[in-house]
Design a protein around this ligand. Structure first.
Ligand SMILES: [Zn+2]
Length: 223
């Protein structure tokens, strides 16, 4: 099965990607990871991407797609894409590249989460500066505000997890990535997954949705 995962920041998409990969023995292609790998290994594509990143510019689609396709070409059939595509033009390029290889996307799971819930999940995160114990001021607060229960150290918030940053990331998702739900829905292989619940509950919903999609296509012999 060749799967694309969609979902806003805070939806737990990355966690679910790892759980589904483990469950079904698929390869995980997480865009952030493969970008970092290419830059670290100094590949030609890594050099090209780094030049843009160092200049504070967005990596253009042709470089991003080349990096993703190089990763896909290295893995056996059965993979999960996490973090790509993020826009309609990227989805169109991916579709034609995969069609040329005879490896089209078979399932798209979209994790659905209310924006205010997403803000609480991310902007509520605090970590002990001393022992790294994780907290959330809304869902898992310390006994004393700002103080670690375990070691008494100060709790800190990452700058890229401020409410302002989270809201900006959600806006980008809403404007650029959410239209992909319609794009894939029209192709008949999208399922929406309620992202509220325990990790296991959400995984169960994803597994059921994949089974449902495979049942629709008898040519797929396995998930
Ligand atoms: Zn601590």
């Amino acid at each position: 099965m060749r799967i694309v995962l969609l979902g806003p920041p805070g939806s737990g998409k990355g966690t679910q990607a790892r759980r589904l990969v483990d469950r079904f023995g698929l390869s995980l292609i997480a865009t952030g990871d493969i970008f970092r790998w290419n830059v670290r290994e100094g590949t030609e594509l890594g050099h090209r991407a780094k030049a843009y990143l160092d200049a504070g510019e967005l990596v253009p689609d042709d470089v991003t797609i080349a990096i993703v396709m190089a990763a896909i070409d290295k893995v056996p059939d059965g993979f999960i894409l996490d973090g790509f595509p993020r826009t309609i033009p990227q989805a169109e390029s991916l579709e034609s590249e995969l069609a040329a290889r005879g490896r089209p996307i078979s399932s798209v799971l979209a994790f659905i989460l209310d924006e205010e819930e997403a803000v609480k999940r991310i902007a509520g995160r605090r970590t002990c500066a001393n022992c790294q114990a994780p907290y959330n001021v809304f869902f898992n607060p310390p006994v004393t505000e700002g103080i670690c229960d375990v070691c008494g150290g100060p709790l800190v918030q990452r700058t890229d997890e401020s409410e302002e940053t989270v809201r900006r990331r959600l806006e980008v998702y809403r404007e650029q990535t959410a239209p992909l739900l319609k794009f894939y829905s029209e192709r008949g292989f999208l399922r929406e997954i309620d992202a509220v619940g325990t990790e296991e509950e959400v995984t169960q919903r994803a597994v059921a949705a994949l089974a449902d999609l495979v049942g629709k296509d008898q040519s797929e012999s396995r998930i």
